[in-house]
Design a protein around this ligand. Structure first.
Ligand SMILES: *Cc1c(COP(=O)(O)O)cnc(C)c1O
Length: 427
């Protein structure tokens, strides 16, 4: 084991940081066992869906052009529908990212005069222009779709009374963001989301409940689609792509909702019948196959980070002891300087672009400067080890991912090392 210590030193980790990390890990055995149990369950769930749909080598063939009768694509969509227990699924490389998937799901199911309700406070930054909370050409608002929002109560729970009042004859879709995103509210458990959906449907049964499932897939044994969501939506360069999908998004849900999404994505009448797979199927299948264990590794990294930083006086969301419902760990670092140091550590630990220095920049879709650290095989992939955050109070860095637990561990240790080197943390 001294050899390992030497190797860590060569990578830039001091003996003091390493020792502090090992002492932290000693206390996490039970937490890690529980994460492994969930991964085992989800692995079996994915294998069962692949077997049931007779996935074979024929599914990995590339198609081009219109992509009619694309066996690989059609089978993959049935596999996703089975994994998430939905009637239908749309899983495509033509969906460029999570925001795009959410845009398709919303635009397909909201018509002029309809209203969208977010009962969980403001949605993720990029969705604000999609909805028209911040003006943008082609926003839902421009097409005559109105928007209402009910904020969470100060303790992070749902304001049921205000939600009841906000639901009206125009309310057509309710959007529920599972993960906190760039916020410091808690992430909701699938159980909590189920309660919220049941409440919304008790007020208005025919309302469509959509869950932004980004970062939540496979963290629990059930998904929002198991507790009443009509649509769940996410990105393949996050959890379900398992780090292998180089692009893509998914929408799983009722036949009625997903068919409309397919008409919106391609064209009315064409829907899911077109959309060549361009040879991407092996990565989509294998990524989904690996996703449960990749998510488990990332979650271990998040738990480790909270347990490393909280005793040093940094506010962590979730805190060191809390149960987890997504793979994101927020650490409130209190200054831009500390955010830059933390991100420098994540970057320095990467297999790719480890020599780069992340700097705050004006990123499209975000209203304050953002810093991002990632040395990823897939650009912008946040199931790979990455850290980012908007440069605004409380200067929280959002840390996530890690295709392997050991890489996540190295990255977190390196972030601490950089904070020590900058004189911000003293061990
Ligand atoms: C990442 C994310 C999105 C947007 O996904 P992109 O792929 O970055 O467009 C939307 N909602 C939440 C909660 C996210 O974490």
């Amino acid at each position: 084991m001294t050899e390992l210590l030497e190797l860590y030193q060569e990578l830039g980790i001091s003996p003091a940081v390493h020792a502090y990390g090992e002492a932290t890990l000693e206390k996490l055995k039970e937490r890690f066992d529980a994460i492994d149990k969930i991964a085992e369950y989800n692995q079996a769930k994915v294998i069962k869906a692949m077997q049931r749909n007779r996935v074979s080598a024929a599914c990995f063939a590339a198609t081009t052009g219109y992509g009619y009768d694309d066996v690989g694509r059609d089978t993959l969509e049935r596999v996703y529908a089975d994994v998430f227990h939905t009637e239908a699924a749309l899983v495509r490389p033509q969906i460029t990212c999570g925001t795009h998937a959410l845009t398709v799901a919303l635009a397909a199911n909201l018509l002029p005069g309809d209203e969208l309700l977010s009962p969980v406070g403001a949605p993720y930054d990029t969705l604000q222009e999609v909805i028209g909370i911040r003006e943008s050409p082609c926003s839902l608002k421009e097409y005559g779709v109105s928007y209402r929002q009910v904020n969470l109560l100060p303790d992070g729970t749902f304001d049921y009374e205000k939600i009841r009042q906000a639901i009206n004859e125009k309310t057509k879709v309710v959007t529920i963001q599972r993960s906190k995103g760039y916020d410091t509210r808690p992430t909701f458990s699938v159980g909590q989301i189920g309660e919220l959906i049941a409440f919304v449907k008790s007020v208005k049964p025919d309302v469509i409940c959509m869950v932004d499932n980004c970062y939540g897939e496979f963290v629990e044994t059930i998904e929002p689609s198991d507790v009443g969501a009509d649509m769940i939506v996410g990105s393949l360069i996050k959890n379900p792509g398992g780090g292998l999908a180089p692009i893509g998004g998914y929408i799983c849900g009722t036949e009625a909702c997903v068919t409309r999404c397919a008409f919106r994505l391609s064209a009315p009448g064409l829907g899911q019948e077109v959309g060549a797979n361009l040879g991407i199927m092996p990565a989509f299948y294998q990524g989904l196959f690996l996703a449960p264990t990749v998510v488990a590794g990332a979650e271990k990294g998040a738990v480790f980070a909270a347990n490393l930083y909280e005793p040093l006086g940094y506010h962590c969301v979730p805190n060191a002891a809390e149960s987890r419902h997504d793979i994101i760990q927020a650490v409130e670092l209190g200054s831009e300087e500390a955010m830059v140091a933390f991100c420098a550590g994540i970057q320095a630990a990467a297999p790719v672009d480890s020599f780069a220095a992340p700097m705050p920049w004006d990123m499209p879709g975000y209203d304050s400067k953002v810093i991002m650290a990632a040395g990823a095989f897939v650009q912008g992939s946040s199931i790979e080890l990455s850290a980012d955050g908007p440069i605004r109070a409380p200067y929280a860095v959002y840390f996530q991912g890690g295709l392997t637990w050991y890489h996540a561990k190295l990255g977190i240790l390196m972030s601490l090392q950089k904070l020590c080197d900058a004189g911000i943390v003293k061990l």
